[in-house]
Ligand binder design. Sequence first.
Ligand code: AMP
Ligand code: MG
Length: 403
Amino acid sequence: MISIEEAQQTIFEYISPLETERVSAFQGLNRVTPENHIAPWDIPPADNSAMDGYAFSHAAIKGDRLRVTGFLPAGEKRDLPVPPGEAVKIMTGAPVPPGCDTVAPIEDVEQLDEWIRFTSPPKAGAHIRKRGEDIRLGDIVIPAGSTLRPQEIGMLSAMGVTTLAVHRRARVGVLATGDELLEPGSTPAPGKIVNSNSYSLAAQVLDAGGDPVLLGIAPDSLDATCEKIRGGLNADLLVITGGVSVGDRDFVKSAIEHLGGEVTFWKVNMKPGKPLAFAMLHGKPVFALPGNPVAAMVSFELFVRPAILKAMGRRRILRPKVRASLLEPAANKGKRPHLVRGLVSKGDSGYAVSLTGNQSSGRLSSLIQGNGLVYLAPDAVHAAGDVVDVLLLDREFEMGEVS
Ligand code: AMP
Ligand code: MG
């Protein structure tokens, strides 16, 4: 049995970034650019006024007033120099005309017909945004490999970009297995349960920025499982749940092998989620996750989500890990590392975490009540107040709340 870290390393070695596609600039949000974006011009393109006010030559001020002989709104440019001792009214963003080096905001003058009087003495060079103070022609403004946030999109647009190349979204096939499964919409008959994994996993795919492809439910037979898997191979990655353990009706591993796949590993030293196979099948990574709803989601978090992010060009692919102080005692009586669902909060002295009760791997409520995975080493015995490692699955708890 290999460790979580070994399993992650093995998987990531098989994942390379998908090809790129062109999208309109703002649709590049949260995607990764494969190229350097170089400034085609200075931004701002010219010295311009940072305020609505009056532009003039500071050296030419005599006394406390200036005659106003022109008006310059944003969007217009004046080539005619402003004579020394005169001012032009200028609006925010308008290029500072020749002959001027200072702007006095409207708030700092008294306006008297054709004159202004300074109510506070202007400082030389004040209220002018210099050409190129944001970016300069030729700068690498957004390096290859950057994830595009709204600010990068805005900057690219200011650089004249309308469409850009980004790594494609990963298409991820999601296949459930099991004769006991019914699709949501039906009331479970005796012996049956409703398929939830397909939808929690599809949502995890979406959450990672991927594009889920629902492949339905494979009945528990080798032929049916093979057929469903074959049908999913036009996706970029395939995620299967259930049927990967040692039960009489577990066919996923043999189906992958039957189709020519090479199973790289089959068991990971962790709880929940020990039975977990990773295979390459016809060049596509295939993740066979456990059927238990918590085990499926936790394994997805640790192995599939980072693989999707890597396929989409990301380099930072692992959830943040924080140190948190236990709010209650915690023990791991088992021989495998236990990823216990916890509820992390943030106080004045850092992160704290409580546990979400019964940790049965079938109990999806344990994930609903929590927002993190507490790492408990084999045989660990912790008292309240001990500090443990926690993977943060979401950080909404750190956001401000309104009533
Ligand atoms: P398996 O790994 O196929 O033996 O499944 C382990 C447990 O997970 C069983 O109790 C299944 O009923 C349950 N399970 C498997 N697949 C799903 C699914 N798609 N949705 C909800 N529960 C499932
Ligand atoms: Mg099953």
